[in-house]
Every structure is written in C-alpha cells, then in structure tokens.
Design a protein. Sequence first.
Length: 255
Amino acid sequence: MPMPRFDSVFIEISNICNFRCSFCPLDLQTRKRGMMSKENAIKIINYLKKDNITNKIKLFFMGEPLLNKDIFYIIKYAKKKNFYVTVFTNGSLFTKENIENIFDSDLDELVISLHTITPENFIRLRNSRMSYNEYIKGIKRLIFEKNKRNSKKPKIYIEIAYTEKNIFKKMFGFNIIKDEIDQKARDIQKIIKHFGADVDIKKIKFLNEYKIEIFPTTFIRMKLIHPWREIYKKRHKVNYFKCFKPYDHFVITWN
C-alpha cells in the first residue's frame, strides 16, 4: 500500500472553549463558533481513508474537543477505520464519565496542555472560573484510573510550557519573557511529585523538549509555548517566511 500523502490531519470538532488562555488567539477570531456534527466527522474520516490522505487524525485546532458531546463516537469510528487518533485538551473536563469514555474509546494519544504548575500562573494564564486544585484533581483522577487499569493506552503527554526569548523576537518584533531551563527542570520535578511519581530529575534530558516517563506510557514534557495571540494580532505586519507545514499536515475546521 502506498504511503499516505500527509503525516497527519487536524480535525477541529469544536472551536468553542471553556478557557480564555492569555496566549491563545481564539477570542480574536471572527469565525462562527460551533461543533462539528458526528455526521460530518464520519464523512471526513471516510474520505481520508478512501483516498489514503493520512493514517493519523488529531482532534484539535481551536477550542476544547471534549466539549463536543460526540467526541467518543468520533474516536471509536476513526479507530474502526484503523486511524491513529490523538486528542489535545486543556485538561479541565476529566469527569468520571469522560475518563471512563477515554479508556473505552481505544484512543491512542492524549495531550494535556497543563502549561503551569502554580495556582498564581494558572489564574494568570487560563482566565477560568475553575480553581487550580479542581483542575489538578481532574488530571490526577485520569492518571490514577490509567494506573489502576494498567492500561498502555492512551499514551498521555502532560505538557508544561516554557518560553524562549530569541526565537520569535527578531521575526515578529516583540519581546517574550525568558524562562531558564534549569528552573523548568525544577518545576518538572515538582509536578512529578505532585502526581505521585518517583522519578529522578537526573533522567530528564533536553533535546527539542524535556520529556520524562513518570508512569508507563505517561509522560511529562516541556513544550515551547508560541505567542500565537501576539502573532495573530500582528499578522499583517510580520515578515513572512517559508513554511513547510502544509506539506506535512493540514486542518479541517468544524464547519
């Protein structure tokens, strides 16, 4: 069978979100807000399969995917078609029901944008009525259930954000606060203990990102947080450059 034409395809099943993160341009968009119907999702999945477009589906673009009530039906359908399915989430909706559905859906990968480990930064970054303790409890609940089931799936990535001073400054003409890598390593050690894991900080290696396995197939990783909100505001003033991403993946929006 020939190789798929794209590495992956993002399917936006919702562009509605329950958070208003300070770095996200969602509220600046003029697009209509809504949820993708399961009927449209099925059509898209069938098309991607029929024409061998990709074998990897990522349910995310703007918005929170778990707000779409049909998400687990969509995941199960994609898995029946032999797609590798990833869901990106802000991590705020790990109710008991959603957690059970996550494990029952045969989801391959779950990426949780934790971003911060302090209550102060949570309030500053997330702009949510949800408390930090409630938020962390949900993620702990998910990890506990995975360990209880001794389940290898989904592979879980809990992402902690960091910024880098010089990467975008020259390109887009604004300043970004620099977080020291050593400080973030200490932050990772704190969050590892927070989730009840016993992992040596010395095992953390910095390549393109920090990544450490705290439980079987459950990882903490450090991810560069892009200043998408500022980029979106200045999109008519930036110095454009070649982007090879369209050759690798593309997005299908909810409508």
